[in-house]
Design a binder for this molecule. Sequence first.
Ligand SMILES: *Cc1c(COP(=O)(O)O)cnc(C)c1O
Length: 430
Amino acid sequence: MTDQPTYGFDTLQVHAGARPDPATGARQVPIYQTTAYVFRDADHAAALFNLQEVGYIYSRLTNPTVAALQERMAALEGGAGAVCCSSGHAAQIMALFPLMGPGKNVVASTRLYGGTVTQFSQTIKRFGWSAKFVDFDDEEAVKAAIDDDTRAIFGEAIANPGGYIMDVRAIADIADAAGIPLIIDNTSATPYLCRPIEHGATLVVHSTTKFLTGNGTVTGGAIIDSGRFDWAASGKFPSLSEPEPAYHGLKFAETFGPLAFTFHGIAVGLRDLGMTMNPQAAHYTLMGIETLSLRMERHVANAEKVAAWLEQDGRIEGVTYAGLESSPYFGRVAKVCPKGAGALFTVAVKGGYDACIKLVDNLEIFSHVANLGDTRSLIIHSASTTHRQLTPEQQEAAGAGPGVVRISIGIEDADDLIADLDQALTKATA
Ligand SMILES: *Cc1c(COP(=O)(O)O)cnc(C)c1O
C-alpha cells in the first residue's frame, strides 16, 4: 500500500510502508538482517553511488525494514519523507546538522526534555553551534531571540516533563516571518494526538523509543520533513542549496525538491554521522505503531482520571496535566492536540524532595525508570535523575524542581494506579 491521503490514521498505522514481501509474500515486514545488497552489475552500483537511482547499498544508509518504518512515519505525520536513526537524541542532531554550522544558533524552548537541554546547552558547543533558550509562551521574546545566525527554532508540542502545550501555529508564524525552519519534537504527543506539520512545522523529530514503540524495548529516532521549506530562498542553508562536493556538485534542493532534506539525511547524515537505526529496532517499532491509536486513547483516558484524582488529594500541591481545567494550557488542548493532552505530567508533593523520594520508593505498580511512553506506568524524580545536570533555575524553568515527580501513565486499570498512588502517598507523607 502506497501513501494514500484518503486513508484514516488507524489504517495508515497498520499498513503504511508495509506491503507483502516481493520475494516470499511474507505479510509482516521481514527483518532484513543484512549489511549489504548485491548490485545487479557495475553500472547499477555506479548509479546508486551517484544518487541517480534509489536502491539499497549498505545498511548504514538504507535497509528495507527501516525504510518501511520511514514510510509509515512520513504517512502518520503527513510529511514528504522521513529518516530513521538510532535514538531521539540522534534525530535531534540529524535534524540540526544540515541547517547549522560554526557560529550558528538554534532558538529553543525552555520547556524541553532534560537530555535535550544538556545536548543543546553543552554538547553542541563542540560543533561551534549554540542554543538560545526562550519561554515560548512569550512570543515577543522568541522574535527578539532570532538573529542573522539563527538557523532553526526548536520546541516540544507537549513538553516533557510538565505536559505543557506549545502554541505550535504561533511559533510557526514567527519562524515563517524570519525565513527559518521550525523543528517540533513530537515524542510526547505522537502523531495520533498532534500533527505539527498541520500547524506549520517544517520538521518533526521523534524519540521512537517512547509511545511509538510503546513497550520499552528499543531506542530509536525519526526526522520527518514536511517537504514545504524552500531551502534555496535565503542562502542560509548551503548544505541543501549549494553544490555538494562529495556527490560531484549535486544540489540537494534543486535535484530532490520536497525530498531534499530526506535525501540529505540519508546520503550525507547517515553516511557520515552513522547514527543508523538497526532493522531489529525498526521491526519492534513497526509492531508498536500498529496499535498506537488504541494505546494513546487508553493512555489519555487513564491520565485524565489519575490527574483528576491527584489534584483533589490533600497530600498534593499541584498537578501540571494540561487536560485538567485548572491548567493554564487547558485552552490549547482543543487547538493543538484535540484527542487529548497526552499521558505525561508532573506532580508537586507536599513535603518536597523527601516526600518525592519516599513516594517513588513505595509505589508497586509504577516503575521507577528514566523512560516514558511505556504500556507500564512510570515515575521518576526528575531533579535527582534526568534533570540532575541542570542548574536549579533550569530545573524550575523545565518544570522539574526538587519537589515534583514526573509521571507517565500506562494502559493498566486506572483504579489500580490510583490505589497504588494512594498507598504510597500515605507512606510518603506520614
Ligand atoms: C526520550 C526523549 C528524547 C531523547 O530520545 P532517546 O531515544 O532517549 O535518545 C528526546 N525528546 C523527548 C521529548 C524525549 O522524551
